[in-house]
Design a protein around this ligand. Structure first.
Ligand SMILES: *Cc1c(COP(=O)(O)O)cnc(C)c1O
Length: 350
């Protein structure tokens, strides 16, 4: 049986969080002489609401969740780091993740001195829930999943994810950075059923706001209050909150971008598929394509010389000779394709 109380680190449970001026007096219709701010240069002279309640209400409305089920961080990367600090005793506890997946899970584990066990995906990048659950022992407190997965670009099967959540007594973090591009449903609706589920989403991809650094963790109110307890008091700044707040009124613009990107992705798939060097293009539920080629390094280097930068993933497991290509604008995609055609022509001459 999952018990949040049992898996939170004792020092975090007992921690007395920092109480900022804005925690102790909420509201801004007063004479604020409590935070040693400069009274001039409004509105940026003031510290932000530590919890960004107004922004959370708006995000909550969009996602069908209460503001208390929303944590906001400096990118989803902050939330990834915080889960280790809440649940894993350094040098003692372990995390299980899939292989291949997003590299930040392992880096954050390393920073927190948490050992990582990797469970390899099948050659078509699917999760074997049984195999993952077999890797669980008393030292494993966290499982990190990513769907749609980076760099494989596909969704993990819903049944496999549910099986892991149901049969694991620790926390399951499901990273949905690419969910807006996916035909599959988000797991947000499952948060009410599973107290051991944390879903991560971000403003960095579909929303077009990677530069403002804003990520969300959605979970039970109990879990979210643990995040809030240990975060930096003002981890999300006023400029970021304002920009996100505005963008949330333009959902149709985001949806339009997604539609364009998905259309262009399939166009790109068609054109790339006609090149001799391309051996395979994996099914994608995201805004990028994973492409198996005959010589990833050499193609990567050639593209760099043409100032077209893709990601060489050939050293990653199951991704031998694979390049990861983000879908750009139509003009950018065209330049990529013409560079690849030139490469092919050049290779043909030798
Ligand atoms: C891009 C990406 C993110 C986004 O991280 P931010 O810190 O929110 O910018 C998260 N997870 C995965 C798998 C990603 O590919």
């Amino acid at each position: 049986m999952f018990s949040l109380d049992k898996i939170v680190r004792p020092n975090i449970k007992e921690l007395e969080p920092y109480s900022s001026a804005r925690d102790e007096f909420k509201g801004n219709q007063a004479i604020l002489l409590d935070a040693n701010e400069n009274p001039y240069n409004g509105p940026y002279n003031r510290y932000p609401d530590p919890l960004h309640i107004e922004l959370k209400k708006k995000i909550g409305q969009l996602k069908g969740l209460k503001p208390g089920q929303v944590f906001l961080g400096n990118g989803s990367d902050e939330a990834i780091d915080l889960v280790f600090r809440i649940f894993c005793e350094p040098g003692q506890h372990k995390m299980i993740t899939i292989d291949p997946t997003y590299g930040m899970y392992k880096v954050c584990a390393g920073v927190n001195n948490v050992e990582v066990k990797k469970v390899k995906l099948s050659p078509d990048f699917q999760l074997d829930a049984g195999k993952m659950l077999e890797a669980v022992d008393d030292t494993v407190k966290l499982i990190m999943l990513c769907s749609p997965n980076n760099p494989s670009s596909n969704c993990l099967s819903r049944d496999a994810v549910i099986q892991v959540i149901r049969h694991f007594d620790g926390m399951v973090v499901l990273d949905e950075a690419y969910i807006d591009f996916s035909p599959e449903n988000s797991f947000l609706g499952d948060i009410k059923n599973y107290p051991n589920l944390i879903v991560l989403q971000t403003f960095s991809k579909a929303w077009g706001l990677a530069g403002i650094r804003l990520g969300c963790a959605f979970a039970s109110e109990e879990v979210v209050s643990l995040f809030n307890k240990i975060k930096y008091p003002y981890n999300v700044n006023i400029l970021t909150a304002k920009k996100a707040f505005e963008k949330l009124d333009q959902v149709q613009e985001k949806d339009q971008w997604v539609e364009t990107i998905l259309k262009d992705r399939e166009e790109l798939r068609k054109v790339l598929g006609s090149l001799k060097m391309v051996k395979k293009i994996y099914p994608s539920d995201a805004n990028f394509l994973l492409i198996k080629v005959d010589n990833a390094r050499s193609i990567y280097d050639y593209l760099v010389s043409r100032l077209v930068i893709v990601r060489d993933r050939s050293k990653v497991s199951l991704c031998e000779n694979c390049l990861r290509v983000t879908v750009g604008t139509r003009a950018e995609n065209t330049l990529l394709v013409s560079a690849l055609r030139d490469y092919e022509e050049k290779a043909g001459e030798n």
